[in-house]
Ligand binder design. Structure first.
Ligand code: 9GP
Length: 797
């Protein structure tokens, strides 16, 4: 539905009046946000309803994307954009003396995730709706999102992120679609009507209540649904929870994202969460299949339903679908297994062992006795199917139940018809190293699907000026057909366009500089190089290598060696129980303090660690970046997606040949990226030979020694202990992340960046090539590949 300026103004006034009894002039920004989002709801509601009717009518296959994380960020501006209302509303608000950005700032960021995998899930939701597919999200409605990060004396402090406090304007609670999820007790199988039927003794049920969030497609008229489940006590069981405390214990199931898994109770809660949203999701899918689509033959399920397992957290979907098919719908085991494997597909997002979940058998038996029985049976049959055909060691390495644990990645792989990695190098490593034995067993299941990003958000919303420049140079069609962005290359020698690229960047940097001043009190010069590293804090991502570069620059400046002005900007959260990562934050903050307050370097170097990195903050930083730091240890970053967002905004990448950096390098060419560091074979050589001796490097390289020593020689005395931790980690024999091994070549890459910076015209040309080629990483195309190769979807008519 389209709207005129006058209609919009009238609607807004009416909403303000009916909701708050105020007029535009007297409304607060919060009230305006609320009223505006309600006008918008009225705008897309008919499309949402019609999409559901169409889905059922056309009976097209649908994908259900099961993910424990979704990171949509804020939705007001993206809903406005996708509905086609953005320009009208902006201009109407301007007439009223209002600014959309100020109003949008009132929306809490939906931080229901940690990092890349959650953001990718949200990007896929947007892309599915925007390319015309029916795709549904299935996740958890955490009452508290990822913690709010504060720095106190340089340390990370985690505060609850009470994002729901002011109400989520987009969600719709659908109590009538609730389902019950059963936990605990004991299960015996008894013969009933010729069927081995589970008889449950004890245990308890929790009511899973869905909250639906609309996902508005970009100019498609399609509105899909992201369904997030909340936990409630079923009315029939209220008597068992007489006190508020009792109730809270149940409702706490969906309170927090990532319960602390260093304790038994934390792990138990996590396992409960995983089963909760998986079971609720699958039950509602089957209800839709039987009731709304009126299908009664479960054998046809794969024609209508694809379930995607995003990382291992929802891997229990394999066992839960088996339970539903066998126990509830009385399908023979072998038939049910065929159906399950055809329905399920799985993405692996990391080769880091810590993210390959495993669950203790006893814990699982106590919490989910029937699921454990089913997993045991899947495992038993798997072992039988391979016995005598492959080496026993292969069976032991790949079976689901081993060493007292349930291996969730194994369950996902064995129970899915497709297993994909998220960049070619990552997929290659899965096939040849991490999941080698599985690859040999099921080569046809493995495939690559390189990640993508929502260009709409990172360009049209976050960088309207650059978007306008694209309109002027390549025409507006790039907004729906991103391949058109490649036409920007025709302006490679166009002095006016190059100048505009630099001017836009400078304006964005001025805006960020103001934000930095407001939030940190620190003044930064917008003409300096804005050098950005934004991602979760993790040893493998090597914020530490950036830190060493900063110290080296500082030493140079103190010693009278000149460098172009630089502002290094970090954004990163450390997992609350990850002490090394928190030590890194403390050290960076104290190094920043010393450098930012040292008048002798005349402001030539500034180090800014912005608090509380999330999607909203990313939208402020990314358009203002000159340099994109993608410096993980080669082989460790599955793909990365900030690398794609930054290039789209014209930042030049300094990178190891890791994850999707490899593909970015291929897309833009070696002249338009700064590659450094060990390649994958060199990294594996160190790992295989166990002969990485960083201390020898340190002893033989005076610059490296002075740089690393600064961590312990009192230069940054407020982080003496944490500095020692980092120092020791770098020098440890066979240190896994090879920080010092890449130090020298990283400095060389940075030197090249400085040399290039002096020639602003050629810098703009490199930026232009990066912007143009970012179209290769459009998530719309990524989901189209999933839709075709994995899910077998057809677009809605
Ligand atoms: O670490 C990967 C990151 O490289 C990738 O871009 C992202 C999306 O595929 O997933 C991250 N993995 C996780 O967040 C946890 O496995």
């Amino acid at each position: 539905m389209q709207i005129t300026k006058e209609e919009f103004k009238k609607e807004l006034e009416q909403k303000l009046d009916s909701q708050f009894a105020v007029d535009v002039e007297h409304a607060s920004l919060g009230e305006l946000y609320s009223a505006l989002s309600n006008v918008l709801r009225d705008g897309y509601a008919p499309n949402w309803r019609e999409t559901r009717i169409k889905e059922a009518h056309e009976g097209k296959k649908q994908v259900y994307y099961f993910s424990i994380e979704f990171l949509p960020g804020t939705l007001l501006r993206s809903n406005l954009l996708n509905l086609g209302w953005m320009d009208t509303v902006k201009s109407a608000l301007k007439d009223l003396g209002l600014n959309l950005d100020d109003i949008a700032a009132k929306e809490p960021d939906m931080a229901l995730g940690n990092g890349g995998l959650g953001r990718l899930a949200a990007a896929f939701m947007d892309s599915l709706a925007s390319t015309g597919y029916v795709g549904n999200g299935n996740g958890i409605r955490y009452k508290y999102g990822l913690f709010k990060q504060k720095f106190v004396n340089g340390y990370q402090v985690e505060l609850p992120n009470d994002w729901l406090q002011k109400h989520n304007h987009w969600e719709v609670m659908r109590d009538n679609k609730s389902v019950l999820v059963h936990f605990g007790g004991q299960v015996n199988l008894v013969q009933k009507d010729n069927w081995m039927t589970p008889e449950y003794n004890g245990g308890y049920s929790i009511k899973a209540v869905p909250y639906d969030i609309p996902v508005v497609g970009y100019h498609t008229g399609i509105v899909n649904t992201m369904r997030l489940w909340d936990a409630e006590i079923p009315e029939s069981e209220e008597i068992n929870y007489p006190t508020i405390d009792d109730r809270r214990k149940v409702e706490d199931l969906t309170s927090i994202l990532y319960p602390d898994d260093s304790s038994y109770s934390g792990r138990l809660l996590r396992l409960k969460q995983e089963y909760f949203f998986v079971s609720a999701g699958l039950q509602s899918i089957l209800r839709y299949y039987t009731k709304d689509l009126k299908q009664n033959d479960m054998h046809n399920l794969p024609k209508y339903v694809a379930v995607h397992i995003n990382d291992t957290h929802p891997a229990m979907a394999v066992a839960e679908l088996m339970r539903l098919l066998v126990d509830e719908y009385h399908i023979d085991w072998d038939e049910a297994w065929k159906i399950t494997v055809q329905v399920m597909s799985y993405t692996n997002h990391t080769i880091m062992a810590e993210a390959m979940e495993k669950w203790d058998i006893n814990m699982m038996t106590q919490l989910l006795p029937r699921i454990m029985q089913i997993i045991t049976e899947i495992d038993r049959r798997y072992v039988i199917s391979l016995t005598g055909k492959v080496a026993e060691s292969v069976i032991n390495d790949t079976r689901i139940v081993n060493n007292g644990n349930v291996q969730m990645a194994h369950l996902a792989i064995i129970g899915s018809h497709s297993v994909n990695g998220v960049a070619p190098l990552h997929t290659h490593l899965l096939e040849t190293e991490v999941l080698k034995e599985f690859y040999e067993l099921y080569p046809e299941r493995f495939n690559n699907k390189t990640n993508g990003i929502t260009l709409r958000r990172w360009l049209q919303i976050a960088n309207p000026k650059l978007s306008k420049l694209l309109d002027q140079t390549v025409g507006r069609d790039w907004r729906t057909d991103s391949a058109k962005m490649l036409l920007l290359q025709d302006s490679y020698k166009n002095a006016k366009v190059l100048k505009q690229i630099n001017e836009i960047k400078l304006e964005n940097k001025e805006k960020l500089a103001k934000f930095i001043k407001k939030t940190t009190g620190i003044t930064v010069d917008p003409t300096a190089i804005f050098d950005v590293q934004i991602k979760r804090l993790h040893a493998y991502k090597r914020q530490t290598l950036k830190l060493l570069h900063i110290i080296k620059l500082y030493h140079d400046l103190k010693n009278g060696i000149d460098h172009p002005k630089r502002v290094v900007i970090f954004g990163a959260k450390a997992a609350p129980s990850y002490t090394y990562a928190k030590d890194v934050i403390k050290v960076i903050n104290e190094v920043a303090n010393v450098i930012n307050n040292d008048a002798s370097i005349h402001g030539k170097l500034k180090v800014i660690f912005l608090e509380n990195y999330d999607v909203t903050l990313a939208e402020k930083i990314i358009p203002a970046a000159d340099v994109s730091e993608q410096i993980s240890t080669t082989t460790k970053e599955a793909s990365g997606t900030s690398n794609m967002k930054l290039m789209a905004n014209g930042a030049l990448t300094v990178a190891t040949m890791d994850g999707a950096n490899v593909d970015i390098a291929k897309a833009v060419g070696q002249d338009n990226i700064f590659i450094f560091g060990l390649n994958k074979d060199q990294v594996y050589d160190y790992y295989n030979k166990h002969d990485y001796k960083p201390r020898d490097m340190y002893n033989s390289d005076q610059v490296m020694k002075e740089t690393v020593d600064a961590l312990i020689d009192g230069s940054f005395s407020k982080a003496a202990n944490e500095g020692r931790v980092l120092y020791d980690s770098f020098l440890q024999e066979n240190e896994e992340f090879l920080v010092l091994a890449d130090f020298e070549s990283y400095l060389q890459a940075q030197k090249k960046i400085e040399e290039n910076w002096h020639d602003q015209r050629s810098w703009a040309q490199k930026a232009l090539v990066n912007i143009a080629h970012s179209e290769e990483f459009n998530a719309d195309n990524t989901v189209a590949r999933y839709a075709k190769d994995i899910w077998g979807l057809k677009k809605l008519n």
